[in-house]
Structure formats: C-alpha cells, structure tokens
Design a protein around this ligand. Structure first.
Ligand SMILES: NC(=O)C1=CN([C@@H]2O[C@H](COP(=O)(O)OP(=O)(O)OC[C@H]3O[C@@H](n4cnc5c(N)ncnc54)[C@H](O)[C@@H]3O)[C@@H](O)[C@H]2O)C=CC1
Length: 370
C-alpha cells in the first residue's frame, strides 16, 4: 500500500465510528463560515450527510485502483454541477472536511494526516473539476410532466418531456429533483423506456417511508409541473454482441430499468430467449403486469414469471423473487440483469452464486435505500 493510502486509511479509521458527527460538524462549520452555501443544500440534511460520507469512503477505498478512482471522481464532479457547485467551493469544502475529522479523531490525529488529506483532497478536487469541465451536457434538464398515473397505493408511473433532448442508454439511471415540492433534493430513478424519438421518459416511483422525493413524485406531482433531471449514470446496459439468452430479475419498481432494456431488445432481438422474473409483495404491487403480458404476447422470445412475497392467495409463484429464480433454470449460460432494493439485489446475487452463474455475466446497479 502506498504511503498516502496508508495515512488516509489510518486516519479515517480514527473517525469512522463517529461518521455521523463528523458530517454534522463539517456542514455546521461550512455554513457558519460561508452562510451563502446553505442555499445550495436541501432543507432536510439527513440524507445529504450520509452522501458525503459515502463519497469519502468510496474515494478512499478506490485509491488503489487508479482507473476506478478516476472514473468515480470524474462522475462525481459531473454530477455535482446540478448542485450549482463552483470551483471556489471545493477549497472551502476541503478545509471544513479536514477540520471536522481532526476534531473527532482525538489525540491520535497527527500533522502527517492533515497533509495526507490536503494532498488527497487536492487530487480529488482536480479530478472532480476535470470531470465537470469535460461534460458536454448541461448540468440538468428541465422536464415537463406529461402523464401521471397512480398504479397502486404508493406507486406512480409518470412520463416527462425534457425541454432539450437528453441522451441516455437503456438500463441507466438519472437523478431527479422534484423542484416545486422538494427543491435541491435529488434522487436517482431509472427510465422505464429505451431512448425514444419523441424524447419522453417514463419513471416508476414508489413512495417509501420518509423518502421525501419519492413521496412528492407519487403524491403531489401533477401533469404540467416541471421537474429537473440530471446526469445519466450506471452500467447495467445491454451488450449487443452477446448471443446468450438473458434473465431479468426485478423486485418492485426495480422493474423500471428492466422495462427499458426490454424495449431496446424489442428493436433488434430475434435470437435470444429472454426471461423476466418480476416480484412484488402483493398482486396490487405487480403494477405493470398488464404491459409485461402485452410484450410477452407480442414477442415470442419473451417469457414472464411473476411472484408475490406477501400475498398467500396469489395464484402465481410465492416467495422472494431471488428464490423463485432458483426454481427455474439451469442458468449457467445466461446473461443476468438484477434490479431492486439493496437487499433484494444481495439475495439474488447470493442465489446466483449458489447456482454457479459466473459473476462476469451478472449486471446490477446497487441502489441504497435512501
Ligand atoms: N424506481 C426505479 O427506477 C428503480 C428502483 N430500484 C429499487 O427498487 C426497489 C424497489 O422497492 P420496492 O418496490 O419497495 O420493492 P419491495 O420491497 O416491495 O420488494 C419487491 C420484491 O423484491 C423482492 N425482495 C425484497 N426484499 C428482498 C430480500 N431481502 N430478499 C430477497 N428478495 C427481496 C421480493 O420478491 C419482493 O416481493 C427500491 O429499493 C429502489 O431503490 C432499482 C432500480 C430502479
């Protein structure tokens, strides 16, 4: 391990236990010295706090893999443009961050740690700025809500029309700000369609617990409202060269990117068998089944298996979708795409490992529960 990596890891381990407090102190410090920066952040800071830490941990963890480190930070820089972050803000953030860590580390914090973080932060900032500079896209797009449909108690399917064309690849995700109701709070959602000529994008959203953005998108947003959409990200895309049959495993609204990938396949696939496993808690939450069945009736290469995990009278498969997949197969020769909650993805990866599906054939994006 390089010296810098060692110093960063060592010093981070001193504050790791107090992550939450470090983040709280960091923001308090920054807003006190630069009150103007408060306006760049959402009213509710709880999720923002965990995001900062996630970014630091990821940066430190990828330090030893220069390519991954570079990709991650360039992506982060691109993404930060939507927060109206300016180059001069980076220095303020760096200073507050080091001060916050030093305050919580106690006596073991040494001068060499200060220097290590200052050096690392300078690299982090320059990579983020380079990523931001190199992005030809606008920081975000305004998009008008052109359709909004409640499909189950907590689930909405909404369609938006960006004011300028927005390029993305089927299977990627975008971030959304529900500008009118939750300004400056961004959450990621996957388009449920492949890029279309009319530029419309469909999203599937479930209002979960205290999810401010999802709740506003499901319960308050109306046709005619404007939202902001930013930064296509993610790698769960189709490899057109693959000739393998494919399996899509979706839990709840994790169906969205699967629908997007299916739409792309309908444009060119003639030869690959495609199996979709779609699981929800109850039959009401199989909110897009009608459309899946329509696709299966139209495309002979497509089959759909549905399952409910909390609805004993449902006549289809019973149980978690990760277990249902294992009842079919064999799957060793298939390409897999897995999408759902963090726990669902983890459970499915475990099942696939037990079924000896090579991990190189499995694509997924890990969404946190936030
Ligand atoms: N809306 C979107 O664009 C996208 C959403 N997602 C994620 O999909 C998730 C969807 O959540 P909900 O609709 O609330 O799903 P949910 O919690 O109602 O679960 C739906 C199904 O997923 C499976 N599942 C859930 N937890 C499991 C576990 N621990 N082990 C095995 N299987 C499990 C079960 O089959 C369950 O019936 C969210 O976490 C969201 O972040 C992922 C990609 C895109």
């Amino acid at each position: 391990m390089g010296d810098l990596a060692r110093l960063l890891k060592e010093s981070w381990s001193l504050v790791e236990e107090h992550q939450d407090k470090v983040a709280g102190y960091f923001y308090a410090r920054m807003f006190l010295s630069h009150p103007d920066l408060r306006d760049l952040f959402p009213v509710h800071m709880d999720v923002q706090r965990t995001r900062l830490l996630h970014a630091i941990v990821t940066a430190v963890q990828t330090l030893e893999d220069p390519e991954k480190f570079d990709d991650y930070l360039r992506g982060l820089g691109r993404d930060h443009r939507k927060f109206h972050v300016e180059p001069e803000h980076y220095e303020i953030v760096g200073g507050a961050l080091i001060e916050a860590m030093r305050s919580f580390a106690g006596e073991q914090w040494g001068v060499d740690y200060d220097q290590a973080w200052a050096d690392a932060y300078a690299v982090i900032a320059s990579k983020m700025l380079a990523g931001a500079d190199a992005d030809p896209n606008p920081p975000y797009w305004y998009a008008e809500v052109v359709a909004h449909e409640r499909r189950a108690q907590d689930i909405a399917v909404l369609t938006v029309l960006p004011m300028q064309p927005l390029e993305f690849r089927a299977g990627q995700y975008l971030s959304i700000e529900c500008t009118k109701y939750q300004p400056r709070l961004w959450r990621t959602y996957s388009p449920a369609n492949a890029p279309r000529r009319d530029n419309t994008i469909e999203f599937h959203v479930r209002a979960v617990g205290a999810g401010w953005v999802s709740s506003a998108l499901v319960r308050r947003l109306q046709v005619g409202d404007m939202i902001k959409v930013a930064a296509p990200m993610g790698t769960m895309t189709l490899d057109r060269r693959s000739t393998r049959d494919a399996v899509f495993v979706a839990g709840g609204t994790g169906l969205a990117p699967v629908k997007s990938l299916l739409e792309e396949l309908t444009r060119y696939n003639r030869t690959r068998w495609v199996h979709v496993f779609f699981g929800a808690r109850t039959r009401d939450e199989l909110y897009d089944l009608a459309d899946l069945n329509r696709l299966a009736a139209r495309y002979p290469w497509l089959s759909v298996v549905t399952a409910c995990s909390d609805d004993p009278t449902f006549p289809g498969e019973q149980g978690n979708i990760s277990d249902v997949v294992a009842r079919y197969g064999p799957w060793q020769e298939h390409d897999f795409f897995v999408s759902g909650s963090g726990r669902m993805v983890k459970a499915t990866l475990k099942t696939l490992a037990e079924l000896q599906v090579p991990s190189v054939r499995i694509k997924y994006d890990s969404f946190t529960e936030a």
